[in-house]
Design a protein around this ligand. Structure first.
Ligand code: SF4
Ligand code: SF4
Length: 200
């Protein structure tokens, strides 16, 4: 009787497996060794996040929720890990490159999905002094102004928001009144700025 070649190959694999031991890890009895390039789940790093919302816009699985509260002037970004596919797009598209980073976590077992929605960051919002419309996150505007350098001084909103960040520009409340040319040097949304620009 002749043994077919495929059977011999399987026999060889079986003997080698006995000598080498199993390929699979012994998790959860033993912690597996995680390769450096492993893409785990993301988390925010508040000091490097400027609240721009780019991570939310690029997330393909809609795993990042962004809510703006104009009354409290707060933007909140929350990662819903239960929807995350660890693609790394949020990290790759973060303008500061460090606001959101993928870690090495692999085990997020839980009985409650709400446990997986605890990763969030909150940022102060800047609103239009005339109409109250949200302009953007304060840290984002300050970051943009710093990147532009002296060019930022060509745009009053950018300049004043950046100065606010350094507390160098005390502001008087504008109050409820019609826009005038005097409002040019104010923090204004694009619509109000356009209105001021066309005033006689
Ligand atoms: S700075 Fe990075 S982490 Fe923060 S909101 Fe923007 S893209 Fe997301
Ligand atoms: S890793 Fe991918 S799926 Fe997960 S939050 Fe970032 S962009 Fe979304």
């Amino acid at each position: 009787m002749t043994i077919p070649l495929p059977k011999l190959r399987e026999l060889k694999e079986a003997v080698l497996a006995l000598i080498r031991g199993p390929y699979t890890t012994k998790f959860p009895a033993e912690e597996p060794k995680i390769p450096d390039a492993y893409r785990g789940f993301p988390d925010y790093h508040e000091e490097d996040c400027i609240g721009c919302g780019a991570c939310c816009n690029v997330c393909p699985s809609n795993a990042i929720e962004m809510t703006d509260d104009p009354n409290a002037a707060v933007r909140k970004l929350t990662i819903c890990i239960d929807r995350c596919i660890t693609c790394g797009q949020c990290q790759a598209n973060c303008p500061t490159e460090k606001g959101i980073l993928l870690g090495h976590e692999y085990d997020l077992t839980t009985y409650d999905r709400a446990d997986l929605r605890q990763r969030s960051v909150e940022k102060e919002l800047i609103t239009c002094e005339a109409c109250g419309q949200i302009i953007g996150a304060k840290d984002h505007i300050i970051w943009t102004a710093r990147r532009l350098g002296p060019l930022a001084y060509s745009h009053p909103t950018l300049m004043l928001a950046a100065l606010q960040g350094t507390a160098a520009a005390p502001r008087k409340p504008r109050g409820e009144k019609e826009l005038t040319r005097g409002d040019t040097v104010r923090i204004l949304c694009p619509r109000c700025r356009q209105e001021v620009s066309f005033l006689a």
